[in-house]
Every structure is written in structure tokens, then in C-alpha cells.
Design a protein around this ligand. Structure first.
Ligand SMILES: NC(=O)c1ccc[n+]([C@@H]2O[C@H](COP(=O)([O-])OP(=O)(O)OC[C@H]3O[C@@H](n4cnc5c(N)ncnc54)[C@H](OP(=O)(O)O)[C@@H]3O)[C@@H](O)[C@H]2O)c1
Length: 327
């Protein structure tokens, strides 16, 4: 009898998408508090690309200095529970679930074991496996930034830079549902999509710089780090907050300097490093929004798992619309 195996993708050395190699591994067995999931869909994100490339270099202490500490790729996923450890309480065989493998990686695979105490949720019927697989990228990160970091209030004016990306497309919907006045930037081809997500005003960045106008905002969410705090602060009202999820030394300096005094603040956070119980609380709110029709994750391309290299190439174009998944 042959032992059961799973298909996955490995990156043994940092580099371009072609470094990804398909591998087979023994079927994992769930530990006492783990569930074994048959993966139906998994996300391919900008962060996955950065981990594959080992960039930025200052992330290497977490990822591994010379080569990835964990060689399998992929973080966000959805699927069905097919086995549970003896102490598992929150899940049962047959549950549809979605979640995040975090720094253990391995979501771009046919099967994965995850601890029930991690960022793992039951998938409602109203959310497809593809949509659920990306919930922990744009939706969860944008929820964390807008509600936990910026404490966005109803009626506040928000500018979302890169409104057509994974974080941007979720941020527009989350902020509109929270009663904010949303303006977003994107290129010409995405103007209609971004408007339909709930942006009251859309600025085509190919025609004018969204930070050059006379408008001021309470919050500017620079979802891809396309601007800088130095440039954005002129457009921030009193008590204004500049949020950026892309950590650079420049942003770190702005975060530290803006802590002094009463002026606008620059803010960074790593959503994935928050305690899982906090993230599960955020996901509960996002599922409420999805059930109420206020949030639909935007899907761009869906590839077969065997085309992961192609999916990474598309994500790396910097122009995906919303999210990319492999199934
Ligand atoms: N800190 C955290 O916790 C955290 C968590 C998750 C992700 N991240 C990071 O967040 C970043 C954003 O990820 P993402 O997945 O949202 O990015 P993304 O989806 O890859 O962004 C692509 C989008 O950017 C738009 N874009 C490109 N250039 C633009 C410009 N000059 N102005 C406005 N829009 C522009 C494109 O729209 P057009 O085609 O219309 O140009 C495209 O839709 C990544 O760097 C990721 O690593 C951080």
C-alpha cells in the first residue's frame, strides 16, 4: 500500500516566481488541537511574493536569513475539515472553514493542518471558497487598519490610495459600511469598479495626483505605499492619520517622529502579528458585513494550483484587481 501524500509548492531559495517548485509530501496528521483541511482555494498575495523573494531584507530575521525557514508557500486558504485532533472543540469533520497559516505557510497545497486556536473560522454558505480564501488578506488587514489602528469614525473623510487592490477594494467597502466619506484612487480601467464598491469620489491617478488637489482628509490609507507621510500630511486635517501597511525605513522614521506633538500621525501595524482571538473578532465583524451584503471580496483571476508560478507573476505585475487565488 502506498502512503498518502499531498501536493504543495516549495521555495528552497529566495528569488523570482520560477523558484517555486511543485513537491509532494507525506499527508500530515493533525496534532491534539489541530484540524486537517482539504484545501479548496488558497490566496496568492503581495505578501506571499515578498516572502518568496525574501524582501524586504529586514524581514529575513523572521523568514530565514539565507533561505526560507519554512519552505512551503501560501498563507490564506479555505477548505473542508477532514480529520480533527482529540482535543479539538471548535470544529468537526465536514466543516467548511477558512483561515490563515501565518508564518508556518503551506496554504498553496492540497491539504494542511492548522491549530484550532489560530486564525481559523467556519465558512458561511454565502461566501464561496475562493472569496473565503482571501478574507485574511485585504479584508482582515484593512479592517484592522481602519478600525483598530485609525479608529475611523462615521462621517470622517477617508482617502484610499490604490482602491483597486486587495487592501484597497476591501477598505472602500469597510469604510463605506462604517459611514465614512470615501474617496479612492485607481487607474482609468478601474474607475467604475472602485465607484461601485462605495467610493463617493474616484480619482484617476493617471490624470492627476490624488494628493495634489485642495481636498483634505481625516484618514489617508496608502494601501501600497505609493506616497509618503511627508507628501500626505499637507492633505490631512487636524487629528489626521496616515496609514501605510508597507514598512520601509522612511515610514518607520515618520511613525516615530510623528508621535511627538499634536500634528497628523503616521501609523503602521502588522495585522498578521495580532493575537488570533483579536483577528477572529475582526473576522466575525467582516462575516456580519458579508452576510448583510456590505462586503464582497473582489476576485481577479482564479488559477489551478498547478499554475502557481503564473499566479505569482500576475500578482507581481502590481496591477491585479482585488485578489488572486489558486484552486
Ligand atoms: N502590514 C500588514 O499587515 C499587511 C498585510 C497584508 C498586506 N500588506 C501589504 O500591503 C500592500 C498592498 O497589498 P495589496 O494586495 O492590496 O496590493 P495589490 O492588490 O497588489 O495592489 C495592486 C493595485 O494597486 C493599484 N495601483 C498600482 N499603482 C498605483 C498607483 N500609483 N496609484 C493607485 N493605485 C495603484 C493597481 O490598480 P491599477 O491597475 O488601477 O493601477 C492594482 O489594482 C502589499 O505591499 C502587502 O505586502 C501589509
Amino acid at each position: 500500500m502506498t502512503a498518502a501524500t499531498i501536493s504543495a509548492w516549495s521555495v528552497s531559495r529566495y528569488g523570482a516566481p520560477e523558484r517555486l517548485v511543485p513537491v509532494t509530501r507525506p499527508m500530515p496528521e493533525p496534532g491534539p488541537t489541530e484540524v486537517l483541511i482539504r484545501v479548496r482555494a488558497s490566496a496568492v498575495t503581495r505578501a506571499d511574493g515578498m516572502m518568496r523573494a525574501g524582501r524586504p531584507l529586514f524581514a529575513r530575521p523572521f523568514l530565514g536569513f539565507r533561505r526560507p525557514r519554512h519552505d512551503l508557500s501560501g498563507t490564506g486558504l479555505s477548505g473542508e475539515v477532514i480529520a480533527v485532533g482529540q482535543n479539538v472543540r471548535r470544529f468537526a469533520v465536514g466543516d467548511a472553514v477558512f483561515g490563515e497559516a501565518g508564518m508556518n505557510f503551506g496554504a498553496n497545497a492540497t491539504h494542511i493542518c492548522l491549530d484550532e486556536a489560530g486564525t481559523l473560522m467556519k465558512k458561511p454558505d454565502g461566501l464561496s471558497y475562493e472569496e473565503a480564501a482571501v478574507m485574511c488578506d485585504g479584508p482582515l488587514t484593512s479592517y484592522h487598519f481602519l478600525h483598530a489602528v485609525a479608529r475611523l469614525q462615521p462621517g470622517e473623510r477617508l482617502l484610499v490610495l490604490a482602491g483597486a487592490g486587495s487592501l484597497g477594494s476591501a477598505a472602500i467597502q469597510i469604510a463605506a459600511a462604517a459611514g465614512a466619506e470615501v474617496t479612492a484612487s485607481c487607474s482609468t480601467r478601474n474607475v467604475a469598479t472602485v465607484g461601485a464598491l462605495g467610493a463617493g469620489r474616484v480619482i484617476d491617478y493617471t490624470r492627476r495626483d490624488p494628493l495634489d488637489g485642495p481636498e483634505t482628509y481625516d484618514v489617508i490609507f496608502d494601501t501600497i505605499g505609493v506616497a509618503s507621510f511627508a507628501k500626505a500630511r499637507a492633505r490631512l486635517a487636524e487629528g489626521g492619520r496616515y496609514l501605510c501597511p508597507v514598512l520601509t525605513l522612511g515610514l518607520l522614521g515618520s511613525v516615530l517622529r510623528s508621535r511627538v506633538g499634536d500634528g497628523p500621525r503616521a501609523l503602521f501595524s502588522a495585522a498578521g502579528l495580532q493575537p488570533p482571538e483579536i483577528l477572529r473578532g475582526h473576522l466575525d465583524r467582516l462575516l456580519d458585513m458579508a452576510a448583510a451584503g456590505a462586503l464582497t471580496p473582489v476576485l481577479d483571476r482564479v488559477y489551478p494550483l498547478s499554475d502557481l508560478v503564473e499566479a505569482h507573476r500576475h500578482v507581481e505585475s502590481g496591477h491585479k484587481r482585488g485578489n488572486v487565488v489558486v484552486v
